[in-house]
Design a protein around this ligand. Structure first.
Ligand SMILES: *Cc1c(COP(=O)(O)O)cnc(C)c1O
Length: 396
């Protein structure tokens, strides 16, 4: 029988970060000692007070189907969290809990986009944005940013990217992969441009909100009264609470968008996992101070890796203000031949590091910016030191 796959799935790009992780696993299975700095995943365990909430939930027999949009208690905890941390006021019908922030984003794209609608993505953007948009028949419109501007889109760039087909603007702040954070003032300047285009919906992905190193305070687009009614605030517990595998994300959104996401989810996955939801109630109700030890640790590692990378000729790093990635510009290596391998682009470079330094990183191409590679420092100090040592040796 010939290949019966849909055009949709054939045109989908596999997740580059997951692919790199799989390649690293393969090499490890073949006996190679690979240091994995490709995945965006904290190397901490879920804190005990959250695990205990999950164990309680099992013993209390939380095992039935959950409400499609999430347990009432969890939605209340989310409402309280939005108020406490972000100054945002949402009502229960505006909240939808999903199986990870990734599903939240997918729901929004499927709910809002029609065929040919354009979505502005400041580059670099999170690896899945473009494909989530394409799966909804939308058209990603990439807006390149530069190291000089800390990888942030200017109001002029936003204005220039808008066409009559523009339906949405998507960004993450703190940004995965660059670690950049839009200040409240910078968001206001983007909002000022959007005033002329009242039909554009904004997706503000704030999953790294708590992983902030204290340079720029976290701000949400929905804080502005004139943006609130058309902004979807996306968040989740995977990164800041070391809960990647628990799969809980959520949105605060205009009620009509939340209703649409709820309807979609009701036909596709139903409500998110019962035990994970009970655990997240505790995660969100407790003070963010309780997870600060992880942020402090990431901050130390950031300092370490930046110092080490800046010693390597040809690595140009920005100073990430949040998240746990560095996104060095490695264009200095393009066109060079290293150990007989011609480096034409960031993908070649990342592959070279995997094969010649035994370090897994991710090509910047996956994030819509081909000058850089992404290195995660959610790894132990020992791994970071050894990885950079190997990288340096492989390049000299
Ligand atoms: C990890 C990540 C997500 C997905 O989060 P999950 O809750 O694990 O689905 C979404 N956006 C960004 C920017 C991320 O880095």
């Amino acid at each position: 029988m010939s290949n019966q796959l849909s055009d949709r799935i054939n045109s989908l790009t596999p997740s580059a970060t997951l692919e790199m992780a799989a390649k690293a696993r393969e090499l490890r299975a073949a006996g190679k000692d690979i240091i994995g700095l490709s995945l965006g995943e904290p190397d901490f365990n879920t804190p005990d007070y959250i695990k205990e909430a999950a164990i309680r939930a099992i013993n209390e027999d939380y095992n039935s189907y959950t409400p499609v949009d999430g347990y009432v208690e969890l939605k209340n905890a989310i409402i309280t969290k939005f108020k406490r941390d972000n100054g945002l006021t949402y009502e229960a019908p505006q909240i939808v809990v999903s199986t990870g922030a990734k599903q939240s984003l997918y729901n929004v794209a499927q709910s809002v986009l029609n065929k040919g609608d354009e979505v502005i993505l400041p580059c670099p953007y999170w690896v899945s944005y473009a494909d989530i948009v394409k799966l909804a028949d939308g058209v990603p419109v990439e807006v390149p940013t530069s190291l000089e501007n800390d990888f942030k889109m200017t109001p002029e760039q936003l204005e220039a990217a808008i066409t009559p087909k523009t339906k949405m603007l998507w960004y993450s702040s703190p940004c995965n992969p660059s670690g950049s954070i839009y200040s409240k003032k910078e968001l206001r300047a983007l909002a000022d441009v959007l005033q002329k285009y009242p039909d554009i919906v904004v997706v503000s992905d704030e999953i790294y909100e708590h992983i902030n190193y204290g340079v720029t305070e976290h701000a949400s687009m929905a804080e502005f009264a004139d943006m609130y009614d058309r902004t979807v605030t996306v968040n989740g517990v995977a990164k800041a609470f070391a809960m990647t595998g628990w799969r809980i994300g959520y949105i605060g959104a205009p009620a009509y968008i939340a209703r649409a996401c709820n309807k979609l989810q009701g036909q596709v996955t139903s409500g998110a996992n019962c035990i994970a939801q009970r655990a997240v109630i505790t995660a969100l109700e407790e003070s963010p101070e309780r997870i600060k030890y992880m942020v402090d640790e990431f901050k130390e590692r950031r300092k370490l890796i930046l110092g080490l990378l800046n010693e390597i000729d040809g690595f140009k790093c920005n100073e990430p203000e949040g998240a746990f990635y560095v996104y060095p510009d490695v264009t200095a290596y393009f066109g060079k031949t290293l150990n007989g391998v011609k480096i034409n682009n960031a993908s070649d470079f990342a592959m070279y590091l995997l094969e010649h330094a035994n370090v897994a990183t991710v090509t910047g191409d996956a994030f819509g910016n081909g000058n850089c590679i992404r290195i995660s420092y959610a790894a132990s100090v020992k791994e970071i030191e050894e990885a950079v040592k190997r990288i340096k040796a492989s390049l000299s």
